[in-house]
Design a protein around this ligand. Structure first.
Ligand SMILES: *Cc1c(COP(=O)(O)O)cnc(C)c1O
Length: 388
């Protein structure tokens, strides 16, 4: 059997073994409901609070500012609806970007249908949003600015500290979707003047279906899920104890190893980029400097991204084209379109996202296989002409 080389870590990461080990006791041993008062529940309650401290530490927050959710999507929905629909909010406008994840874009569109006004900021060719352009759009009616910390398709890092500084003092709440960034780059919610931040465990070595939102002390959100009042009423429902413990352990490991791991991952990424760009008529998408350590993204002329992904899969290599959600549709990625990648080549997109488990031999294997795959596909393409 061919070895699997998994390089789609922006879609999800394998759960780290120590994370799974930390979770296991919370199924059959410490199974108590954390809200209960007897012994077996005490263990769960304590573990929950330890996880909260670990997640807080990863982003420089205090533990009472962390609220666990059912993942990144829920945290994003809660941020947008929680601010805009809060009973005390009288402002009707929010600003976001054209390159957000659908977990932001779809709730934003829903808010528009409900009568709010949403401005979607364009980005430059590298996928960066401009603070001065945002400042031009902000009005006294602007309640919320939501800009992702790093993009999931191209890895571009956004100027969030600058946007945070702009919002603070103007009565505008600043939210960042840090699902790609958390655990992969240094984030300090105080230094960056972030009011709300979304994160998701499965993007940094934790389990799927658990995430968190950081809510700066003093900010009031309308909860999405009402019920038993868990998470101080911000997210009712019996806590996913094992998942939360796993997220806490993943946060601890990420915080401890980030500097070393990300240096190594970035070196692999740079080697990969160099190798892939040897293929002619290929370009890197996203920002060459301000990018996530693990994310390399390209457009390759004369091929279809889907075909590339299928042929890579035959070589045991798991990579992505466009966004994971777009595999069912033929529309080009909204991110690449926003970055003005010409229509003729936007379909040849390839994202290779490297994780802590990848090795140099994985990268060598990809660099060895990809040129042949591209040549095969180009030979079959009626559109491809060597001379152009
Ligand atoms: C994966 C992702 C999400 C969604 O997180 P889930 O935990 O999978 O719901 C949101 N935003 C970004 C940028 C992502 O990469």
């Amino acid at each position: 059997m061919k070895k699997t080389i998994y390089v789609d870590n922006a879609a999800t990461t394998p759960t780290l073994k120590p994370v799974l080990d930390a979770m296991i006791p919370f199924f059959c041993e410490h199974y108590g409901n954390p809200s209960a008062m007897y012994g077996v529940a005490g263990e769960a309650k304590e573990a929950l609070e330890e996880a909260r401290r670990r997640v807080a530490a990863l982003i420089g927050a205090d533990e009472d500012e962390i609220f666990f959710t059912g993942g990144g999507t829920e945290a994003d929905n809660l941020a947008l609806r929680g601010v805009m629909c809060a009973p005390k909010n009288t402002r009707k406008h929010m600003i976001t970007t054209e390159i957000e994840h659908h977990a932001i874009l779809h709730p934003a569109q829903q808010l528009e249908r409900e009568g709010f006004r949403v401005t979607y900021m364009p980005v430059d060719d590298k996928g960066r949003v401009s603070l001065s352009a945002i400042a031009d759009e902000a009005t006294p009616d602007t309640a919320l600015i939501s800009v992702m910390a790093a993009n999931n398709e191209v890895g571009t890092i956004e100027p969030i500290a600058e946007i945070g500084a702009f919002c603070r003092g103007r009565g505008i709440i600043f939210h960042t979707d840090a699902v790609q960034a958390a655990g992969h780059m240094k984030i300090d919610v105080h230094e960056m003047k972030i009011d709300l931040l979304s994160m998701s465990a499965h993007k940094f070595g934790g389990p799927k279906g658990v995430g968190a939102i950081y809510i700066r002390r003093g900010i009031r959100l309308l909860p999405l899920v009402l019920g038993g009042g868990q998470e101080k009423g911000m997210r009712s429902g019996t806590e996913n104890t094992a998942g939360i413990v796993g997220m806490g352990m993943a946060a601890k490991i990420a915080a401890e190893n980030m500097e070393e791991d990300m240096k190594r991952v970035a070196a692999l990424r740079d080697k990969l980029i160099k190798g892939v760009l040897e293929i002619k008529k290929t370009r890197l998408t996203g920002d060459p400097e301000n990018r996530l350590p693990g994310t390399a993204s390209f457009v390759i002329e004369g091929v279809e991204g889907e075909s590339m992904v299928l042929l890579l899969n035959e070589e045991g290599i798991c990579a992505a084209t466009g966004s994971a959600c777009s595999t069912a549709s033929l529309d080009p990625s909204h991110v690449l379109t926003a970055m003005h990648i010409p229509h003729e080549i936007v379909h040849g997109s390839l994202r290779i996202s490297i994780g802590v488990q990848n090795t140099e031999s994985d990268i060598d294997h990809i660099i060895a296989k990809l040129p042949g795959i591209v040549a095969r596909l180009r030979a079959m393409s009626p559109m491809w002409n060597e001379e152009i």
